[in-house]
Design a protein around this ligand. Structure first.
Ligand code: FAD
Length: 395
């Protein structure tokens, strides 16, 4: 396809920025529109860092992988008393949302990263899409890429029947500075992902880069994710009502969770979790919450408009593959645009492969989640539990 097409990428997180960088390299005229009024901070703490998520930074920006993430070499399971009951050699990489976002944004630059631009709608006019924003003048584009995440308003308009389905549990998350932990506790999390699986729940912890991206021991953070069941309805509503009484559906950021829920979290951690993990949760100043949802879509391409990343499929986090999926959608889109003659042809060629990718990941992550949260048949030695985008155990 000839260069020069105007591309609007809506959503300036990891999926949107990766798309923008790749399409700019193809010679397209790309702008990123992000609804947040200031550059994004501290989203989602740690991320399992799969090859697709690292690909742009390593392959195109030539950043050494080992500077972007912490490498661990063991998978470790504890029992209630903190005794190691299963350990296997397996290499994982962990980064943080901040680290990856910071690099992608600095590569993209600020000139065409338009903050405070919430897309409110669009109109298709023959060969273009006219996009409206809440606080800014409309813009016209030849291709609209909607990378607007789990709560995508683009998806709601294009696919009103595609609804988020609550999985029955939430992720309590938090981070603690490694240096602030007692040495024995800090050492317990070094070089490993550490699990504790118990009745209808599981919790995992791993080291991630520090607030400024440092991967030096002592400057890093330890990240935890604790999956806990809450009934849909009043119980979940109460949990997601913040300290000021405002209810949110998807997540509560650090500092927003009501004090009595944080107190309950800490009390249950002390009563039921192995000491090192309980100590981590006690030390986390501002644990935060994300509800776990499933969502699949029958389509991702709509003429000159497409959905990528969480705007399309929302998968449970158990394969650590959400950001990798968003990046894979972006790489495949760039390849299709390079090889096809027109934008609609490129999107039509791109869509079936990305639909298949999303569907298999959704099914796999649902199966993993059921094992701990309802079925009680989590087997630490089962390779199906390993992280991966296209298959479990992908390195
Ligand atoms: C508990 C938990 C743990 C996870 N762990 C991992 C992990 O270990 N590894 C991993 O790879 N993934 C993980 N994920 C998944 C990962 O966070 C998501 O898949 C990923 O962030 C999706 O990226 P995205 O760019 O598609 O969407 P998002 O990161 O959600 O970004 C969407 C962006 O669009 C903007 N936006 C929304 N609406 C509009 C609008 N109308 N106009 C303009 N801008 C808009 C938003 O402000 C936001 O910046 C986890 C998720 C959860 C819930």
């Amino acid at each position: 396809m000839p260069p020069g097409h105007r591309v609007a990428v809506v959503g300036g997180s990891l999926g949107g920025l990766t798309t923008a960088l790749l399409l700019r390299e193809l010679g397209f005229d790309v702008d990123v529109y992000e609804r947040a009024p200031a550059t994004l901070v501290q989203r989602g703490a740690g991320i399992g860092f799969l090859p697709d998520a690292a690909r742009y930074l390593c392959e195109r920006a030539q950043l050494p992988l080992d500077t972007l993430c912490v490498r661990t070499s063991r998978i470790r399971y504890l029992d209630r008393h903190g005794t190691v009951i299963h350990e296997a050699a397996h290499r994982y990489r962990f980064s943080s949302w901040n680290t990856v976002y910071g690099h992608l944004l600095s590569l993209w630059g600020r000139d065409r990263y338009h903050l405070d631009h919430e897309m409110t709608g669009w109109r298709e006019t023959g060969d273009a899409v006219d996009i409206r924003f809440s606080h800014a003048a409309p813009r016209s584009a030849d291709l609209l890429v909607c990378a607007d995440g789990i709560g995508s308003s683009a998806r709601a308009r294009l696919l009103p029947d595609a609804q988020l389905r609550y999985a029955g549990y939430v992720a309590w998350r938090g981070t603690v500075a490694e240096a602030s932990l007692p040495p024995a506790i800090g050492a317990a999390f070094d070089d490993a992902i550490t699990y504790f699986v118990f009745a209808n729940s599981h919790v995992l912890a791993y080291p991630i880069p520090g607030p400024t991206g440092s991967i030096v021991r002592g400057e890093r953070l330890v990240n935890f994710v604790w999956y806990r069941n809450y009934m849909d309805g009043p119980e979940l509503d109460d949990l997601f009502t913040d300290g000021t009484g405002q209810h949110r559906q998807l997540s509560l950021p650090p500092g927003a969770v009501a004090a009595h829920h944080v107190a309950e979290l800490r009390a249950v951690a002390a009563a039921r979790l192995p000491d090192p993990i309980a100590a981590l949760i006690q030390a986390s100043a501002q644990p935060f919450l994300q509800a776990i949802y499933d969502l699949d879509v029958p389509r991702m391409a709509f003429g000159r408009i497409c959905l990528i990343g969480d705007a399309a499929f929302v998968v449970r986090p158990h394969a650590a593959a959400g950001t990798a999926k968003a990046a894979a959608d972006a790489w495949a889109l760039a390849e299709a645009l390079k090889t096809q003659a027109t934008i609609p042809q490129a999107l039509a060629a791109w869509e079936p492969i990305q639909l298949a990718l999303g569907r298999q990941l959704l099914e796999r992550t649902q199966a993993i989640g059921r094992r701990s949260q309802s079925d009680g048949n989590w087997n630490p030695a089962d390779p199906a539990l390993l992280f991966g985008l296209r298959r479990s155990g992908e390195q």
